[in-house]
Each structure stands twice: as C-alpha cells, then as structure tokens.
Design a protein around this ligand. Structure first.
Ligand code: SF4
Ligand code: SF4
Ligand code: SF4
Length: 276
C-alpha cells in the first residue's frame, strides 16, 4: 500500500532532530542497495527551512521540513537514462547506487532540490524513505521517529486521509504529484504599533482594517498599541487605522508578498483639536 509523509508546520519547534536523525542513520552507514553512505557535510536528505518574517520587534519564525517527495510522477525517474531509479509498491522512489553513473540529469530534473551529488563516489543520492528500516520491521523512518512534537508523520495514504484533505504540497504546478503533505503553513502578516506622539503613549482600541481584492480584515490595537493581521494571502493591502480623536491613517498597497512590520505609527489629531 502506498505510504506518505505528513508535515504539520504549526507543530514544528525547529529542534532539528529530524535532520540529525537522518545524519545518524545514513552518514558512515552503507545501506546498499538502498543507498551508499551520506557524506557528513553538504547533504541534507531532510532539510529544515527556516522562515523569518517581519522586522524587530515584530518577527515570526516558522520551520518547514523538506525531503524527497517520493513523487507519483517523479521527474527524476523520467530523466535518468540508466534505469537507476525505481518505484516500490509502498511508493518510495529509490535511486540504486549500483546503477547510477553520476550524470546528474536527475539532479537537474528534480524541481525540489532533493538530489545531491556525491563527488567522491560519483553518484547522486537522496532520501530513501529509510526503506532499509521499514523492510526490517521498523514502523517509521528515522526522521519521523525522532520528531518530538509529531510535526512529522508517516503512514498509509488511505489512513491519513483526514490530514491530506485540505493539505498542500510543494510546487503542485510541476505536475510531479508529491507525496509529502503539508498543513498549517502560516500565511503573511501585517503588523504595527499605533501611538499618540503628543501624549507619547500608545493608542489602545484603534480600529485597523486591511483590504485586498474585495476582502476586508479587521483588527483592534491591544494594550500595547499593537495589531497583527496574520495568515493573509500574499498580495497588496490597503491598511486604514481609525481611532477616536485622531485623523485616519492610511497605507496604500502595502506589499505583503513578504511579512510586513509597519513599525511605530503616529496618529495626528485634527487641526482644531490640537489648537493650531
Ligand atoms: S522530489 Fe525530486 S528526487 Fe524526489 S521523487 Fe520527486 S522528482 Fe524525484
Ligand atoms: S526518511 Fe530516512 S532517509 Fe529520508 S529524510 Fe527521513 S531519515 Fe533521511
Ligand atoms: S524533529 Fe520535528 S519539531 Fe524538530 S525540527 Fe524536525 S519537524 Fe520540527
């Protein structure tokens, strides 16, 4: 039965145990015919991508574990002219080190950067799904077993349907049909702090709205004068801040293709209220 990996990004705490476990399992260990030893440096068959968004003090970090997707329509398999790749019944795409001639065509073809070249051995290498363990009675690949928060999961595709529904895969447009499913990847954020420059104090309870493509989101500044719009779709937003006794403050076309900290935002009082 086909197996899949799952990654719940909201559970990942960035401990790097998955990366370390993969190294522990594969560096200096020859699991031929599944894989030759992984070099100590330069290869990460599972790699933690750290995403840092915003600017100090409004920063959010999340981590995304990435590994070979064991694609249903794998570009690497199609690219290899030497029959070095094969797909197992459990769905793992394996690169036979005995057949690889080091031409690196598969490496160029994989849109996920999952394949590494081992110069010393003149072969390409990648995640094996720890097939050598599963074939010997183990239930989980090492990276999944090592994850302390259950951010990583593994199992029968048919039994993980609840996770898969509503999940996403990396670069679906490639047509490779990846088999590593992700949930809870945070969207973009727009944040800021609203304050009164005359009284030199924050403004609590200011109403903030962000609009993009006909959708409007609402926030109210907290006791620190802060607002955070989170999980936004990437795009440009018009942000309007409204507070009693102050002029409106507007930011047009805020570019939230990356996370945005609008910083400390002073609100002006109307001319008559300031006595000018
Ligand atoms: S992620 Fe890359 S190496 Fe892995 S199966 Fe897909 S195309 Fe092949
Ligand atoms: S499944 Fe095994 S080989 Fe693949 S990334 Fe995890 S530990 Fe490494
Ligand atoms: S082991 Fe789990 S929690 Fe730790 S970095 Fe990897 S995926 Fe995240």
């Amino acid at each position: 039965m086909p197996k899949v990996f799952t990654v719940d990004v909201s559970k990942c705490n960035g401990c790097y145990n998955c990366q370390l476990a993969c190294k522990d399992e594969h560096v200096d260990n020859d699991w031929t015919p599944y894989a030759k030893p992984q070099p100590e440096i330069g290869q990460f068959w599972v790699k933690l991508r750290e995403n840092v968004g915003g600017t100090i003090p409004k920063v959010k970090i999340h981590y995304i574990a990435q590994l070979c997707n064991h694609c249903k329509n794998a570009a690497c398999v199609a690219a290899c002219g030497y029959g070095a790749y094969y797909r197992r019944e459990d769905g793992f795409v394996i690169l036979d080190p005995g057949k690889c001639v080091g031409c690196r065509r598969c490496q160029s073809a994989c849109p996920y950067g999952a394949i590494y070249y081992n110069e010393e051995l003149n072969i390409c290498q990648k995640c094996t799904g720890c097939a050598h363990l599963l074939d010997n009675g183990y239930k989980l690949p090492r990276c999944v077993e090592a994850c302390p928060t259950d951010a990583l999961g593994f199992g029968e595709e048919s039994e993980l349907g609840d996770f898969i529904v509503g999940s996403t895969v990396r670069l679906p447009e490639t047509g490779c049909r990846p088999r590593v499913y992700y949930r809870n990847i945070p969207g973009r954020f727009i944040a800021g702090t609203v304050y009164d420059p005359v009284e030199k104090e924050i403004v609590e309870g200011a109403k903030v709205r962000a609009t993009n493509g006909g959708k409007t989101y609402f926030q109210v500044t907290d006791e620190f004068g802060d607002f955070w719009f989170t999980d936004l779709a990437a795009g440009k937003y018009d942000v309007v801040i409204e507070a009693k006794g102050f002029e409106y403050r507007t930011f047009t076309a805020v570019d939230a293709t990356a996370d945005v900290n609008l910083g400390d935002i002073p609100l002006e009082r109307p001319a008559e209220a300031s006595g000018c």
